[in-house]
Design a protein around this ligand. Structure first.
Ligand code: DQA
Length: 145
């Protein structure tokens, strides 16, 4: 039976393709969604792919994931570095959550080196462009088998 995973995207990720292409590349979020769906077919995962610019909406979706999904891949964007609410939401649910970033946050500005959510996550994948999402799906498939 196919397992559902949530792929959650935070603020400004709807701007991919136009936003700082030197850092994030030319792929749109729709391109990444379609790559995730293809990987989902290969891995036996049903992908529920969402984006919001609003912190509380991401909190609600994490709670929803605990009822409907076997795991979550989240690119929380800038909320990664600021959000105690997302940290608490991840700790509040029992399904594994993987932190994802397109860019290598550790090779960028100092304020991106710290993640508020990483201690609550199962693991972190960053720096592989859109492939970071696919690696997170592979990890979710492997740890939920
Ligand atoms: C990002 C990295 C964050 O620091 C930044 O705020 C983003 C995107 C990434 O995918 O590389 O919005 O999460």
């Amino acid at each position: 039976m196919s397992k559902t995973v949530f792929v959650l995207n935070g603020p400004n990720l709807n701007m991919l393709g136009k936003r700082e292409p030197g850092i994030y590349g030319g792929n749109t979020l729709q391109d990444i969604e379609s790559d995730c769906r293809k990987a989902g077919d290969d891995y036996g995962l049903t992908i529920d792919f969402r984006q919001s610019n609003h912190e509380g909406v991401l909190v609600d979706w994490l709670h929803e994931a605990s009822e409907k999904a076997v795991g979550v891949a989240i690119n929380a964007g800038a909320y990664t570095h600021t959000s105690v609410a997302l940290h608490d939401a991840i700790r509040a649910i029992s399904v594994p959550v993987i932190e994802v970033h397109i860019s290598n946050v550790h090779a960028r500005e100092e304020f991106r080196h710290h993640s508020k959510i990483a201690p609550a996550c199962k693991g972190v994948i960053c720096g592989f462009g859109p492939t970071s999402y696919i690696l997170a799906l592979y990890a979710l498939k492997s740890i939920t088998d």
